[in-house]
Design a protein around this ligand. Sequence first.
Ligand SMILES: Cc1ncc(COP(=O)(O)O)c(C=O)c1O
Ligand SMILES: C[C@@H](O)[C@H](N)C(=O)O
Length: 387
Amino acid sequence: MTEMELPPAYITAANDLRSDTFTTPTQAMIEAAVSASIGDAVYGEDLDTAKLEQYVAKLSGKEAGLFCVSGTLSNQIALRTHLYQPPYSILCDYRAHVYTHEAAGLAILSQAMVVPVIPSNGNYLTLDDIKHHYVPDDGDIHGAPTRVISLENTLHGIIYPLEELIRIKAWCMENGLKLHCDGARIWNASVQAGVPMKQYGEIFDSISICLSKSIGAPLGSILVGSLKFIKKANHFRKQQGGGIRQSGMMARMAMVAIEDNWKDRLLRSHSLAHNLAAYCQEIGVPLESPADTNFVFIDLRKAKMDPDVLVKKGLKYNVKLMGGRVSFHYQIEDDVLERIKKAIFEAFEYSKTHPCDQDGPTQVYRSASTEIDVHGNAIQEVKKYKY
Ligand SMILES: Cc1ncc(COP(=O)(O)O)c(C=O)c1O
Ligand SMILES: C[C@@H](O)[C@H](N)C(=O)O
């Protein structure tokens, strides 16, 4: 039997622009884990887990929180908890993670139809977009009435304008719809927009607040909502095998991440992204969306830039990419900015003489490349997300 190949040891995220999920645990987190509580969290007996859940719930102004092993689980059980008696549907942005990257969880766990909507302004769904596409519960037996509007803040790094969220919220209340936020990067939105998490908590019925992205904890998300909602979400979490036993160590590591001056750390990553976006504009590289926070999305199609070339130019300058999304995070070292600029410049110059017309569906994965990187390692199965 061939042994499963082992990945090379992961050393540092300092040059890893593939995603902010690659942030690695700090020494302080690891040291804190040593003295973490050791209760069984399924029975609600782990002190550090309970402290983390209560801290994040209070921060967002919600009654309760639930520690989930991932943002995917947190989103999926949140949306399932909002839903009763199919047929029903969830309306979201066509790029929403809950629709594009959670393995059809909405169809399988929630048996929900999804109404993916393209924002008319190209960046975020407005109330008018929602009104135009939602399915009213008016007794018409053909449709699957919209029960939940699931928004993402940030989505593609774009900050949702607060006034639009407030308009959407008011309309949802008038029409008996629930409002969920995939807050994988809500910390980024909050600090950049200067909107307290509590204000988002007043708008959304539930928020999935990721700890493992820009905040830098090793794993996890906190789902926040009313106490009644969280109790039911806990039921679905257990059903999905998400009950975590001695989660105190993970909870302590996440608490250290939050306590470690997250605002300044995120603002630094945003400034790096803003600098790169300005450079791209300067040299004529088109972007898919405004770089409000930590992401720069190069519009590969418009640039006729081959993602493979971009990835390999990245390796030439010892920065890791997996497509057109450049993801900054607090562990990125300063000189990466100049290196990624060189990689983008060279890939863009190359595209002028070797235009890449990507037709057909955007590839998500490709077979492991036979190419080798600057260190002589085979480039692992470099995932070409649509990002
Ligand atoms: C916007 C968004 N939502 C949710 C998730 C899911 O989080 P996790 O990877 O922890 O399941 C991710 C990716 O990690 C994401 O980018
Ligand atoms: C790909 C996606 O699942 C992941 N959340 C990321 O942003 O990298």
